[in-house]
Design a protein around this ligand. Structure first.
Ligand SMILES: Nc1ncnc2c1ncn2[C@@H]1O[C@H](COP(=O)(O)OP(=O)(O)OP(=O)(O)O)[C@@H](O)[C@H]1O
Ligand SMILES: [Mg+2]
Length: 232
């Protein structure tokens, strides 16, 4: 579905992504793991059109989308749930969800029902100001808002950050459910254990380069991965 070739991204003179190539097959869950500062968020932000690459191409289902504006990327079916939750704190849950569909003019009822079915907790809190939700609820809302654009590919930047273990499990269950319903997932995670267990395909990124890739459960058996990311 998504194919990245030789992507390089620089901030000023510093190269954060140094020529990576990767593929995200349709309907799969793909994870990108790696140490702090490896260039994971930069990669997702570049795919989303928020950062312009210095070199390389990004193709979505055969179409070259390199350099498209962020709203055009959303209209092509790619959405990003950014690092940190970034909900609009003074708006209600429902208002936040409607903002996720800002590029669409058609009826939103069905999508709101879809999101509320996935997250009954949000339905109960439809009229609550988003800023007063718990951390886990805000993360649900950030995911729900991203789904309102009806994405083909949902990218998530550390959705489990700062959440209690039980809530983390809930977030991963939801990721699997969303994927089961046909949405392709590209996921960045610090929780390498959960990410590798869940992912069909995983890439390991170190200082701007991809150093390893393979099925998630296979990488879990790799000694270097065990040592660096699984604490074994
Ligand atoms: N807007 C920016 N301006 C300058 N440098 C930046 C900018 N954003 C990121 N960088 C640098 O690019 C490198 C890669 O950052 P990035 O956020 O992509 O890493 P990451 O893998 O997501 O790390 P983390 O796991 O800590 O979130 C880092 O050295 C970072 O300092
Ligand atoms: Mg990051």
């Amino acid at each position: 579905m998504l194919k990245i070739d030789e992507l390089k991204v620089s901030y000023g003179g510093i190269e954060a992504v140094k020529g990576i190539s990767l593929e995200v097959p349709e309907r799969k869950i793909v994870t990108l793991i790696g140490a702090n500062g490896a260039g994971k968020s930069t990669t997702l932000r570049t795919i989303a059109g928020l950062v312009k690459p210095a070199h390389g191409r990004i193709h979505l289902q055969g179409e070259d989308i390199t350099g498209y504006t962020p709203d055009r990327i959303v209209s092509k079916g790619i959405t990003l749930v950014p690092e940190g939750r970034h909900v609009f704190p003074d708006l209600t849950v429902l208002e936040n969800l409607k903002i996720g569909a800002y590029l669409r003019k058609d009826d939103l009822e069905e999508d709101i029902r879809w999101v509320y079915d996935l997250f009954p907790r949000l339905k109960e809190r439809s009229w609550q100001a988003a800023g007063t939700l718990s951390g886990g609820e805000q993360q649900m809302l950030a995911v729900g808002r991203a789904l309102m654009s009806r994405p083909k590919l949902m990218m998530m930047d550390e959705p489990s950050l700062g959440l209690a273990p039980l809530v983390v499990k809930g977030i991963f269950d939801i990721i699997k459910e969303i994927n089961h319903q046909g949405v392709t997932i590209l996921l960045i995670e610090q929780n390498a254990n959960m990410a590798l267990q869940t992912a069909d395909l995983a890439y390991v990124m170190e200082t701007g380069r991809i150093t390893l890739s393979g099925p998630g459960r296979e990488l879990m058996k790799n000694d270097a991965i065990k040592k660096a990311y699984l604490g074994k």
